[in-house]
Design a binder for this molecule. Structure first.
Ligand SMILES: Cc1ncc(COP(=O)(O)O)c(C=O)c1O
Length: 387
């Protein structure tokens, strides 16, 4: 049997391997504090669950249109208007089974042999995986060279050449918890006007989880880029709904017909009842988001303060999302060794920085959304492990 060459170029997310190991250790009776996953330890808002159950009881059991029911696309359009004062027609909005399919489709749309796609390193591992799959050259911008892992507009723009088809951005950022502010994003957006053939995929899935009262610089602020801009967003992180598999994308008008066919050829449509839950999330009260962010700030402060007290660990300030990305070089271990020992000796699951690219050898990613008690215990166990 021979499989297509490109399939062998696919990468993966190490987080799923560590998740499986953690589950196995837990099944063997070991106590593991799990700080590894890319999801909130909170639960979805009650009204969203109830709206979904009602939709099921009301008989929403069949296929829906591939781009998502119009009521759901209108709800996304309304939300975008309320949050960012941008006018996006529901025709340009696609409801997807998660945020990830927008990434998969966008990279598939632009990648092929002989072209280049620019992406962040460290970054969400599926960017590089999918670029390699398409045959395009994966050109990374190194975020470890910048203080606080922020995007440097000039550096990113300097990587663009005549072969560049797509630029991938992720702000706020996984795995570092960095947040690049409006002035730098303005500079980047302005610079992109000089490269009209370069499409932009802006992954904004953590955009509602910012810890300071700062404006979120969504790329929806730049209508001049709309004819080549794809926005990736969704419900997974904002509403603690990762397992629901629900996301949305905003696409350029001229790609909508192609995208519709991609959906038909792949997932057909998103789960019908869940789309009604999605509407209630967008239109309903936002208390759950606000209280979740408050908890995250508290827990982030707890873990940052605790890690700073451990010899050999230098901790960045996380400014959004779920994660911190400390440098652990001073412990004498690299990120992979540190994560391995944390899991097997300390009983704390976290992820080595190299799961997100080649540059962050001396970092680990820690999810801080768990309870304060778990965080305090994890800190104690890591400290004891290091002796
Ligand atoms: C930066 C980033 N983009 C996209 C996704 C995918 O989100 P979803 O679970 O909705 O597919 C994730 C999930 O971890 C992420 O961290």
């Amino acid at each position: 049997m021979k499989i297509a060459k490109n399939v062998t170029k696919l990468g993966t997310e190490l987080v799923y391997d560590i998740f499986a190991k953690t589950k196995k250790l837990q099944a063997e009776g070991k106590k593991i504090i799990d700080l590894s996953l890319g999801q909130s330890a909170e639960t979805p808002p009650r009204h969203v669950i109830e709206a979904t159950i009602k939709a099921l009881k009301d008989g929403n059991n069949g296929y829906t249109v591939p781009n998502g029911i119009i009521e759901c696309r209108e709800a996304v359009s309304r939300k975008i208007k309320n949050l960012y004062n941008a006018d996006i027609s529901p025709e340009r909005i696609f409801i997807m089974p998660g945020g990830k399919p927008t990434m998969h489709y966008a990279i598939s749309f632009f990648g092929e042999d002989g072209v280049e796609i620019i992406y962040p390193d460290p970054g969400f591992p599926i960017y590089e995986s999918m670029i390699n799959y398409t045959g395009a050259k994966a050109v990374s911008y190194n975020l470890t060279s910048n203080k606080d892992f922020k995007i440097d507009a000039n550096k990113v723009l300097s990587l663009i050449n005549e072969k560049t088809r797509l630029l991938i951005l992720n702000n706020p950022h996984n795995p570092t918890g960095s947040f690049t502010e409006k002035a730098e994003i303005d500079k980047l957006a302005k610079g992109l006007l000089n490269f009209p053939n370069v499409a932009v995929l802006s992954d904004e899935i953590y955009g509602r989880l910012i810890f300071e009262k700062k404006e979120f610089p969504t790329f929806l602020n730049y209508p001049d880029l709309y004819d080549r801009l794809i926005i990736l967003d969704g419900w997974s992180k904002t509403y603690a709904m990762t397992g629901w598999r629900l996301g949305w994308g905003v696409w350029p008008e001229k790609l909508v017909d192609h995208l519709f066919k991609f959906c038909v050829n792949n997932h057909s449509c998103v789960n019908a009842a869940i789309q009604y839950g999605a509407i209630s999330a967008l239109d309903g009260p936002e208390d759950s988001i606000h209280s979740m962010v408050k908890k995250f700030i508290l827990r982030k402060n707890l873990i940052v303060d605790g890690l700073k007290k451990i010899k050999g660990i230098v901790c960045n300030e996380s400014r959004a999302g779920f994660f911190i990305f400390p440098n652990i070089k001073g412990t004498g271990l690299n990120g992979e060794e540190f994560a391995e020992r944390c899991l097997n000796e300390a009983g704390v699951a976290l992820i080595p920085g190299t799961a997100f690219g080649k540059f962050a050898i001396d970092n680990v990613r820690i999810n801080f959304t768990t309870s304060e008690e778990n965080i305090s215990n994890a800190l104690e166990k890591i400290n004891n492990m290091l002796g």
